[in-house]
Design a protein around this ligand. Structure first.
Ligand code: ATP
Ligand code: MG
Length: 240
């Protein structure tokens, strides 16, 4: 479904990723684990076209997407819920969600039932439903984070990149976000997940990769990584 092969990317002269290879099979949840600054967000930005890779190949459904504009990549069915609640502050919740579906209207994929998907997104996130007419900028941080995730789902994506969807959420909402991820998984949505709660991410994921200083150090089935002493010691202490 999504393959990232030997990806190099960074910012200006600073190389952050030094040959990252990740495979996200159809219908699977793959999690990318790593310390702060390891390059997780940079990986997601390079995949969704927010930054241009300097080398390597990225394919979606076998089609090369590296170097394409992010809007074009979205039209091909790749959604990105970015780190740090990037919502359109002066638009309502509903308008933010509708905008998430916009690339469907002009792409070559079937556009599907946008109105039905809006209802479904609001059912999935009752907090947002209550606030559907509220301006996104006036939502709490946690609510904005959920809106960013819901907006990504509105693309009806082939693959969704979730960068820290639980960041800034109260514990009860963290659980809700993981429940939503599990539900999307059961519906067959393919995901690449980055989460501060690595243990919880490895519970919902099928497969995991550990990123260290821009390189993959370990990868394997999620249950194996959960039992790996080095992974446990470095990433699974405390949290969830
Ligand atoms: N816009 C930018 N310009 C310059 N350097 C950046 C930029 N964004 C990130 N970096 C640097 O790239 C490196 C990797 O950052 P990245 O955001 O990918 O890490 P991360 O694994 O997502 O970390 P975190 O867990 O803290 O979110 C860091 O050293 C960071 O300072
Ligand atoms: Mg990050």
């Amino acid at each position: 479904m999504l393959t990232i092969n030997n990806l190099f990317a960074g910012y200006g002269k600073v190389q952050v990723l030094h040959g990252v290879t990740i495979e996200v099979p159809k219908g699977k949840v793959v999690t990318l684990i790593g310390s702060n600054g390891a390059g997780k967000t940079t990986t997601m930005r390079a995949v969704s076209g927010m930054i241009a890779p300097t080398a390597g190949e990225i394919t979606l459904h076998g089609k090369r997407i590296d170097g394409l504009e992010s809007y074009h990549i979205a039209k091909l069915g790749l959604a990105h819920s970015p780190e740090g609640r990037r919502v359109f502050a002066t638009m309502t919740v509903t308008d933010n969600l509708t905008l998430g579906a916009f690339p469907r209207l002009t792409g070559s994929r079937p556009r599907g039932d946008v109105a039905g998907d809006l209802e479904r997104a609001l059912e999935l996130f009752p907090r947002l439903k209550e606030r559907r007419m509220q301006l996104a900028g006036t939502l709490s941080g946690g609510e904005q984070q959920m809106l960013a995730m819901a907006r990504a789902i509105m693309l009806n994506p082939e693959v969704v990149l979730l960068d820290e969807p639980s960041m800034g959420l109260a514990p009860i909402l963290v659980e809700e976000v993981f429940r939503i991820i599990a539900r999307l998984k059961s519906e067959g949505v393919t995901m690449l997940l980055v989460e501060q709660f690595a243990a919880a991410a490895l519970k919902v994921a099928d497969y995991g990769y550990v990123l260290e200083n821009g390189r993959i150090s370990v990868h394997g089935p999620a249950e194996k990584l959960r039992d790996d002493p080095a992974v446990k010691a470095a990433y699974l202490g405390g949290g969830h």
